[in-house]
Design a protein around this ligand. Structure first.
Ligand code: DAH
Length: 378
């Protein structure tokens, strides 16, 4: 027997009787806290002779362990009891009717992104993502836009102030290497680079997301949405690109008479590059996609940019262009949504007006599925 055994028994009794988590915590502090009596006891070990310490240390440690175990057990018991109590008292009446008008809706941009993911998943594409705060190298250089490349000027880039490695603003004399210069990504194309670097080849991805440019009018907002597509494999050619785009657009617009026109174009990251137009017809003053744009009363509308991945881009991403080829495309998601759901002002997308959302938004139950028609409205 020793002088602290009765104190221990008292503490154990108090712990067993504690009715709340707070009471248990107070008892813990009293015994095991920095100033607690068990902690004080432990401190006395330091002042003992080695022989005395050898004799007393196990007993003191045992007291500490016993009290700690009792506290843990009591806390658990109180938690369990609380959970039992809540399970017994809280009920959910599943027979209650749903509210008459549903609150909230899925934004058309989200809905269209889900539709696109569904269509491309069926073609074997997975969804890839990348950061919206991107570095210069991924956004430009690795996409074959060297620092002096004129195409950079077309992007109206939002740059961050230069920072040195420690995050301090860098003066011009200690200019940060251009590679590390940070910006808001101006397109989803840097996700091509990140995906190839991370996953290698073969690869089949789409990358939907927000992009930013310093531009604002009826058809441009400083933030908008794009979806990028990338396929890298052996012997990939323009035919694969055309078939993929045709299949995708027919599924998306739910029309078999979608006709595409490929026009030669230029993007630094593709060679050859093609601009893809889609045929439309004017019905009641509105453009409706379908049919050849060359037919009387029809026209062509520019829809997306694409091409065969430039050899230099594959090299930047660490792939051997003699072994691997690819195609890529980039398209504005907001524009796809406007065309499909007949909305005419892009700015309304980002106003957060409840009336607009109630009108153009989708029900959360309206999950796009290929079997149900990706655009079916509930
Ligand atoms: N990144 C281009 C833009 O934002 C769009 C684009 C064009 C993406 C051609 C591509 C492509 O992948 O092959 O203007």
């Amino acid at each position: 027997m020793n002088e602290w055994n009765s104190r221990k028994d008292e503490a154990l009794a108090a712990i067993a009787a504690a009715g709340t988590a707070d009471a248990v915590e107070a008892l813990r502090v009293e015994a095991l806290g920095k100033q607690g009596w068990v902690s004080q006891l432990l401190k006395t070990l330091g002042r003992m002779t080695p022989e005395e310490r050898q004799e007393k240390a196990p007993a003191i440690q045992a007291v500490r362990a016993e009290i700690a175990d009792a506290i843990a057990a009591r806390k658990q018991a109180l938690d369990d009891a609380e959970l039992e109590r809540r399970l017994a008292t809280e009920t959910l009446d599943l027979s209650l009717p749903a509210p008459e008008t549903s609150r909230g809706s899925i934004h058309p941009v989200s809905q269209v992104m889900d539709e696109l993911a569904e269509i491309f998943a069926d073609l074997g594409f997975s969804v890839a993502t990348g950061p919206e705060i991107e570095d210069d190298w991924h956004n430009f250089t690795a996409l074959n836009m060297a620092e002096t490349h004129p195409a950079r000027a077309m992007h109206d880039t939002f740059y961050f102030p230069d920072k040195d490695a420690e995050g301090r603003s860098a003066s011009s004399s200690e200019a940060v290497s251009r590679k590390e210069r940070m910006l808001l990504r101006t397109h989803t194309s840097p996700v091509q680079i990140r995906s190839m670097v991370e996953q290698g080849a073969p690869i089949r991805i789409i990358a939907p997301g927000r992009v930013y440019r310093s531009d604002s009018d009826a058809t441009h907002t400083p933030m908008f949405h794009q979806i990028e597509g990338l396929v890298v494999d052996r012997d990939i050619h323009l035919g694969h690109l055309k078939w993929t785009l045709e299949t995708f657009l027919k599924a998306f617009f739910e029309r078999d008479d979608i006709v595409l026109r490929l026009r030669p174009s230029y993007f630094p990251f593709t060679e050859p590059s093609v601009e893809v137009d889609v045929g439309f017809e004017v019905v009641d003053g509105r453009r409706v996609l379908g049919g050849s744009g060359d037919a009387p009363g029809h026209g062509w509308m520019e829809l997306l940019g694409s091409g065969v991945v430039n050899r230099r881009v594959l090299e930047f991403a660490g792939l051997d262009p003699d072994e691997w080829q690819g195609f890529a495309f980039g398209v504005g998601v907001d524009r796809l949504a406007m065309l499909k759901y007949a909305m005419d002002d892009l700015r309304a997308f980002f106003d957060g007006d409840g009336r607009w959302l109630a009108h153009y938004g989708f029900s959360a139950f309206d999950q796009p599925t290929l079997s149900g028609g990706v655009g079916a409205r509930a």
